[in-house]
Write a protein that binds this ligand. Structure first.
Ligand code: PLP
Length: 355
């Protein structure tokens, strides 16, 4: 029971915990799940009380609209434990707000704040032993919502399910990745759902990404759907480019996810006195900067990896290598953001939320 609100969260505890079978020194990303999950159903025009239940499969009617019309949205966030075993979230209200932005665009019901925040905190308290403490590791949090209501009619469902599940995750070292700047496919379009964290956006990325992998690249840099002349995102991350000592990223739009890591990096960089330029970036500028030596870094930014450095990019059949430099902006900004997340530094921005 949460005393701050009238929200009652019923808890059904798992009979046995799986925690002793988990090797916390060899955690992959998103493959091991904790003992419990939070479930909340929307029916008869309102959200029912959330329940915490043992982690388990979800049974759906074959005509459930998630299967046919893809009403499915999610969030990705992390919980961190400091040296005193205190638990922290990073800008969780922003994830909550973004979930509802996605819900609205997909004609799904918005979730009240207490259902998200109180439900998440209650589940975290129950699963606190699952939050890894070693450097770089965290408890990955996956809130998601989908159309559970049934019927083959192509219209919004009348029932939905909101779930929060946890996956303890180890430090995410992807290494440097070689990327392909996309000239044909698009992950999103003007007026579309690119700004939403909708499942279908990711489904649409898999095929072009596989084609890039077949050519020896690990990821795709998405370009605008109209001209393919401007860079937009790096795989499932926002993109940053450093030319000389200016850090650049592209403005968010209909087509780009408003990443929480992206906006945190912008604030930290500005606070550190780094020159930050938020503007559209042409592929031709990257090529020119690469050729004249002013292109220093490109990196992706997102919750999972925080910062993911790029070693080089391919465009129109030619490869461009980024220089190996010391003291990168990417490493510096990653350290600043993770120190705030894990309660190792002062949180002058007020982003950390103690659970
Ligand atoms: C398409 C896309 N862009 C950017 C991001 C980064 O967003 P955030 O920093 O909020 O994790 C994500 C999620 O990680 C994403 O899926």
């Amino acid at each position: 029971m949460n005393t701050m609100t009238s929200l009652t969260i019923e808890i059904e505890k798992a009979k046995h915990s799986k925690i002793s079978s988990v090797d916390f020194n060899n955690l992959d990303f998103g493959r091991v799940f904790t003992d419990h999950m939070l479930e909340c159903d929307y029916k008869d025009g309102k959200w029912q009380n959330p329940k915490i239940v043992p982690y388990q499969p979800i049974t759906l009617d074959p005509s459930a609209k998630i299967f046919h019309y893809g009403q499915s949205i999610f969030e990705g966030m992390k919980a961190y434990k400091d040296a005193n075993d205190d638990i922290f979230l990073f800008r969780p209200i922003d994830n909550f707000k973004r979930l509802n932005i996605s819900a609205k665009r997909l004609a799904m019901p918005e979730l009240p704040e207490a259902f998200f925040m109180d439900g998440l905190k209650e589940l975290l308290k129950l699963e606190k032993d699952w939050i890894p403490k070693s450097d770089g590791s965290a408890l990955y949090i996956r809130p998601f919502m989908f159309a559970s209501g049934s019927g083959f009619h192509a219209s919004p469902a009348d029932a939905y399910k909101f779930v929060i599940a946890f996956a303890p995750s180890g430090a995410y070292f992807s290494g440097k990745v070689k990327v392909l700047i996309e000239e044909k496919y698009s992950r999103s379009a003007n007026g579309g759902v690119g700004f939403a964290k909708a499942g279908g956006n990711y489904a649409g990325q898999f095929y072009p990404t596989q084609l890039a992998k077949d050519k020896g690249y690990q990821q795709v840099i998405w370009t605008d759907d109209n001209s393919h002349e401007y860079i937009e995102e790096a795989g499932a991350m926002n993109i940053f480019v450093r030319i000389n000592d200016t850090l650049m990223t592209v403005p968010t739009s209909d087509r780009i996810l408003d990443g929480i890591t992206r906006k945190s990096i912008i604030s930290i960089a500005e606070d550190l006195g780094i020159d930050v330029d938020v503007r559209k970036i042409k592929v031709s500028e990257l090529i020119e900067a690469s050729e004249n030596g002013s292109l220093k870094e490109i990196f992706g930014a997102g919750t999972a990896a925080v910062v993911s450095p790029i070693s080089g990019f391919g465009y129109k059949g030619k490869d461009y290598q980024l220089p190996e430099i010391e003291n990168t902006f990417g490493e510096l900004l990653k350290k600043h953001i993770t120190d705030i997340q894990t309660n190792k530094s002062e949180d002058k921005f007020g982003w950390r939320v103690k659970v």
